[in-house]
Write a protein that binds this ligand. Structure first.
Ligand code: ADP
Ligand code: MG
Length: 632
């Protein structure tokens, strides 16, 4: 079954199939009747709409129940601009698209602050509002009577650049436009920008920790998505020649969403299948007359019971989020450069050991000179209160380059809170945090990441539907320079960046022992791999300071060894590491400095041996195992 799905994926992903379908759709309808050409035109419009919601909801994770509103802005926009303002269609359509994009960008400002039900309600509100405006703003929209005689092939008054377009010509324009949008979207999704959308969907906090700005990313997702919905609307207006408010109800918004979900959201193929099905199904269902909507509902329920990932998920493996050509090039170059022979497992082993051998010189223990290195991070008198609870109480500590500092303390002593405040997830109640002398206290999570401090989470936060490689590549977000347009056009510069990221991710995965599972979906892997993948993702950002919140929790013996090696490798590169840990054995021969927290206060600062002898530490932390002395 899985082998079959893989075959189907290969066929679906093959450029030859796309070209064949495109050619067939260009030539075949020439001999078809008007109704068929009209139906095919509707399929194209539905594909655009389904992709629009797919980008926002399936990829960026922002549900919208108001997409009919953006569809309407595109449709009325182009109709009004051509009819009332006398703009030529070729200018009116891009203007309408820009209008829809602007509306989406503006909606994202309030909508970006809310999630789930609230977001669903807010977008539904936008849809209802637009519908009311269409009905009430009679002067412009024609109110309930709508707008008629919009330039269209049906009315034989659609003239573009001096050429009168017939229904078949118009369909061909739609076909090419849809193909171009699909191509741009495919490129975009397989780029750092598309991957960032997924990162936002999986966890805004985790995305922020590697420098992805949630607010800006969501505004971009809204604007691109609503631009596509606007384009679908403009095409719709000039297809049918008449617009009335009833084509833009909330029902339409729901239909668009359902179309994408049934087809398979989060993929490019899925919404195409959904759009095809939903353009064709209503006609077929007319045979059931009064039962039409019941049959429709039953089909929907059945689909969701049978295929949770929609039709696309049932028939094919999901497409990946890395340009296939770039990946092939990099792997081929590595294969010819290294002595990668034998099974994938064996070659993974050699790569890993050669990588660790290469880093061996850097694992030498620190010298006295390092002790004098001035701190890169300084925390002074940091306090964090949560409604009456003092989680951090005047904590001071310093992290130096090339040194590993353990942060130890019982559960609830404030270790995670410290990392959360320093990395910008919580704002400090009092005190200072500086990074290379720059004040970063109170900065946002992505700003702190951009300044060079990256952290991992006590509960690993990755993109479950990504492979390990894709997750690790996310860490390079701050290193990328390419614009969204460059990503959509897949410029040579963008591809070069992708190849560099793939190559670097390969090196880091080798050090972290992830090479053998690089192309497995994260959600299919045991816990230990996820932890290591999160650490690898953080390393991709090449931070000056790395903070690891209990990275060893839940790791096997072998994985612990791997993790220790990774941490030493980071130290060897002159980075500062803060390591939160419970396992004394794991920390003992790894760390240079130790800070012990108890109830939000630093109770010890020094080295490991000293800590083991310190009475305050013994009492607070190790006390359970050590008999109290009479004078303690
Ligand atoms: P540790 O990581 O050392 O186990 P934490 O830093 O997670 O401890 O927690 C320290 C204290 O702060 C605990 O009492 C915890 O309940 C409290 N705390 C942590 N985060 C929050 C929060 N977001 N809201 C309220 N209390 C919190
Ligand atoms: Mg914790």
């Amino acid at each position: 079954m899985n082998a079959l799905r893989r075959q189907v994926s290969l066929v679906l992903g093959h450029p030859a199939l796309s070209i064949a379908v495109l050619l067939a759709l260009w030539f075949v309808p020439a001999s078809a009747d008007r109704a068929t050409v009209q139906l095919l035109s509707f399929v194209m419009i539905n594909i655009l709409l389904a992709q629009s919601i797919n980008l926002l909801t399936g990829i960026a994770g922002q549900i919208s129940l108001g997409h009919a509103g953006f569809f309407a802005i595109g449709a009325y926009g182009s109709a009004v601009l051509t009819k009332s303002a006398g703009l030529p269609v070729i200018l009116a359509v891009p203007c309408a698209v820009a209008l829809a994009a602007l509306a989406g960008w503006l909606l994202a400002i309030p909508a970006g602050r809310v999630k789930e039900f609230y977001l669903a309600m807010m977008t539904a509100g936008f849809g209802l509002l637009t519908y009311e405006v269409l009905k009430e703003w009679t002067d412009v929209t024609g109110g309930v009577m709508g707008l008629s005689a919009v330039a269209s092939p049906t009315l034989k008054n659609l003239v573009v650049l001096g050429v009168r377009l017939e229904a078949l010509d118009y369909f061909r324009v739609l076909l090419v436009a849809t193909a171009v949008v699909l191509w741009l979207l495919r490129n975009f999704v397989q780029s750092m920008h598309g991957r960032a959308f997924f990162a936002i969907q999986a966890s805004e906090i985790a995305a922020g920790s590697i420098g992805i700005q949630p607010g800006g990313t969501k505004r971009r997702a809204y604007a691109i998505s609503t631009a596509i919905a606007g384009l679908a609307g403009a095409f719709y207006a000039h297809l049918v020649g008449y617009l009335g408010p009833d084509s833009f109800t909330i029902q339409r918004s729901v239909e668009v969403l359902v179309m994408a979900i049934v087809g398979g959201i989060g993929t490019i193929v899925g919404p195409i299948l959904g759009a095809m099905l939903f353009s064709w199904l209503p006609e077929k269902l007319q045979a059931f007359a009064a039962w039409q909507f019941m049959v429709y509902g039953l089909i929907l329920m059945g689909v969701f019971l049978l295929f949770r990932k929609g039709f696309a998920g049932a028939i094919a493996e999901p497409a990946r989020f890395v340009p296939a050509r770039a990946l092939r090039d990099v792997l081929a170059a590595q294969g010819s450069a290294g002595a990668a022979t034998g099974s994938p497992g064996a070659s993974a082993g050699t790569t890993a050991s050669s990588a660790s051998a290469a880093t061996a010189p850097s694992t030498v223990t620190t010298t006295a000179a390092d002790l004098d290195a001035s701190p890169i991070v300084e925390v002074r008198d940091l306090t964090k209160r949560f409604a009456g609870l003092v989680a951090l109480d005047g904590v001071s500590l310093a992290l130096r380059p090339g040194r590993i500092t353990a942060l130890i303390g019982p559960n609830g002593s404030g270790k995670s809170t410290l990392v959360n405040v320093v990395s910008g997830i919580y704002t400090p109640s009092a005190g200072q945090v500086t990074l290379r002398g720059r004040d970063i206290g109170g900065r946002s999570n992505p700003e702190v990441a951009a300044a060079g401090l990256v952290r991992t989470f006590q509960d690993p936060r990755l993109v479950p539907s990504f492979t390990v490689r894709e997750n690790v590549m996310l860490g390079a977000h701050l290193k990328h320079r390419g614009s969204m347009l460059a990503a959509a056009l897949r410029t040579p510069a963008m591809m070069r960046e992708e190849r560099e990221t793939i190559a670097r991710a390969g090196e880091i995965m080798a050090i972290a022992g992830l090479t053998a599972v690089a192309d497995q979906l994260l959600e299919s892997l045991p816990y230990g791999y996820r932890r290591l993948a999160e650490v690898a993702r953080a390393l991709m950002a090449d931070p000056e300071v790395l903070m690891l919140d209990e990275p060893a929790a839940g790791l096997s013996e072998g994985e612990l060894g791997r993790l220790a090696e990774v941490i030493r490798w980071v130290r060897g590169r002159g980075k500062a590491v803060l390591l939160i840990e419970h396992h004394m054995d794991f920390v003992a021969d790894l760390v240079d400095d130790v800070v012990v927290l108890d109830s939000g206060r630093v109770i010890y600062r020094g080295d490991m041996q000293g800590m083991r002898r310190d009475t305050a530490v013994i009492e607070a932390y190790l006390g359970v195992q050590t008999p109290r002395t009479a004078d303690a």
